[in-house]
Design a protein around this ligand. Structure first.
Ligand SMILES: Cc1cc2nc3c(=O)[nH]c(=O)nc-3n(C[C@H](O)[C@H](O)[C@H](O)COP(=O)(O)OP(=O)(O)OC[C@H]3O[C@@H](n4cnc5c(N)ncnc54)[C@H](O)[C@@H]3O)c2cc1C
Length: 459
């Protein structure tokens, strides 16, 4: 058997998928991870669910852990989610900047990738979300458990780890590639770039997204700063996708500047995704988005930007009556929260123009009346009321390395750069104007598997 050496740059889910798949096919694999061992996991360790295609609830049943399998009712009512529908959802919200062939191929292999994850022991549980359009299954134990399982498998397979090792540069060498940090370097036959986007680099963020993004809170880890991707672009790799685009969400107003890997409870509690149950206004009391233009997990990833564009870079979410009880535990944490018996109380507390909230609710109800499937009802405008301040939380950037469908990194002439692959948030052209919730992990899994496979074909 050929003794191929593979370097994986970044131990997130995409990198770990590539590492495990390359190792299972015989390669000698080393994972370089910028974080120390105690802080490994990347953004992947903060995740909740994967959007994948499935033909019926029987297929969903296959992914459940032992305990949930005893109660098939938990998933029986889930409607099928076909590959065609998935592609329509993804392309329908993406604008022009995505590589349609790549997206389509990711969805096409989505079920196979999920079955591979299940075969290596990952498990799912029925969703706990009450929001319309929520994905039917969540990762059992969330991304923290998923990543823990990935590391356990990798260690058993004899994959080598180099923690606290931020790779800075990549150079071509006789038999492949040299990865380097300062004066320390090692040679490999193949390299997979899985080091995420560049959202943790403030300078790059201001340059690419604009100065208004300076100081924006990261929902994820502070290691993904694009260093190694820049080095790959410097040796001729093409840029792909929307470099001014990003995934940014409604987020706790007083959240910390970034998260540590594995802080899944804190990361999930800080999300402010319940806006379809109420109204969102700026500090002038004006609605600035249609909270119910589509189901929440097709709108949330673009709303962070909308909030950032409001005066003072904040907004107010207001809920009424029974809807307040649906807010998840932690929804009130790290925020200025005001309860009131009338909308006028809330207007006074937040300094909004008088009757602006009454108008906002009236508009929202009128809009909802014209929607066919769901909306805000009169019932959800009864006292008491709750208002809380929200900000923008930046998840990850959309611009990145250009790859072909086999995850090979391409140069500016569209040619494969031999022995160089990419997967996960480091890849550009997958998302552009918006993002369908849960698609990042699916893309990372599919491209990670393809990269792991490709590494074994380089000699
Ligand atoms: C709070 C939060 C929740 C999310 N929830 C979901 C969800 O439920 N579903 C979903 O599909 N997506 C979700 N996402 C997006 C999601 O994280 C990704 O799409 C996916 O996990 C990215 O995987 P990755 O391996 O590309 O990146 P990461 O998991 O971030 O891994 C990148 C790794 O590279 C390391 N690294 C960076 N630079 C270097 C370097 N120079 N040298 C060595 N190592 C380096 C980092 O430390 C990190 O460990 C969420 C993101 C956040 C922040």
């Amino acid at each position: 058997m050929k003794n191929i050496s593979v370097a994986i740059i970044g131990g997130g889910h995409a990198g770990m998928t590539a590492a495990i798949s390359a190792r299972l096919q015989g390669a000698q694999v080393t994972v370089f991870e910028a974080a120390p061992k105690g802080l490994r996991g990347g953004n992947s360790s903060l995740t909740k669910n994967i959007r994948f295609p499935y033909s019926d609830s029987v297929e969903l049943f296959y992914y459940l852990g032992q305990a949930e399998r005893k109660d098939p009712e938990l998933v029986r009512r889930a409607a099928p989610y076909t590959k065609e529908q998935y592609l329509r959802d993804w392309l329908g919200i993406s604008g022009d900047g995505v590589d349609e062939a790549l997206v389509s191929s990711i969805i096409s292999d989505g079920d196979k990738a999920m079955r591979w994850l299940r075969r290596i022991g990952h498990q799912w549980t029925p969703t706990s979300s009450c929001l319309e359009g929520a994905l039917p299954l969540d990762l059992h134990g969330g991304g923290a458990a998923m990543q823990h399982h990935n590391f356990t498998i990798a260690e058993k397979l004899g994959i080598e780890f180099r923690y606290a090792t931020k790779i800075e540069t990549l150079r071509r060498s006789a038999a492949g590639w040299t990865v380097a940090r300062g004066r320390t370097s090692r040679r490999f036959n193949a390299v997979v770039i899985a080091s995420g986007g560049f959202q943790a680099n403030q300078q790059e963020i201001s340059r690419a997204l604009g100065s208004s993004w300076e100081g924006v809170r990261l929902r994820g880890v502070r290691y993904n700063d694009g260093t190694v991707s820049r080095s790959v672009h410097a040796i001729g790799a093409a840029k792909a996708g929307n470099w001014t685009g990003c995934h940014a969400v409604p987020y706790a107003y007083d959240a910390p500047p970034y998260r540590l890997p594995g802080q899944i409870a804190e990361a999930q509690a800080a999300t402010r995704y319940m806006y379809p149950l109420g109204v969102m206004v700026n500090r002038n009391g004006q609605r600035f988005v249609d909270e119910r233009s589509a189901v929440g997990n097709l709108t949330y990833a673009k709303l962070g930007r909308s909030i950032l564009e409001q005066p003072g870079k904040w907004a107010l979410q207001v809920f009424a009556g029974n809807e307040i009880g649906k807010l998840h535990e932690g929804y009130r944490k790290d925020s200025t929260v005001v309860h009131g018996d009338s909308l006028e109380d809330l207007e006074a507390s937040f300094g909004l123009p008088r009757y602006s909230l009454t108008r906002a609710f009236a508009d929202a109800i009128q809009e909802s009346a014209s929607l066919k499937h769901w909306g805000l009802s009169y019932g959800s405008t009864m006292p008491p009321f709750l208002g809380l301040k929200v900000a923008c939380g930046l998840t990850f950037t959309f611009g990145g390395l250009q790859v072909d469908r086999q995850a090979n990194i391409l140069d500016e002439d569209g040619q494969k750069i031999p022995g160089l692959f990419a997967a996960g948030e480091a890849v550009g052209g997958i998302f552009s104007e918006n993002y369908p919730g849960g698609a990042g992990l699916l893309a990372g899994t599919v491209l990670g598997l393809r990269a792991g496979f490709g590494c074994n074909t380089v000699l």
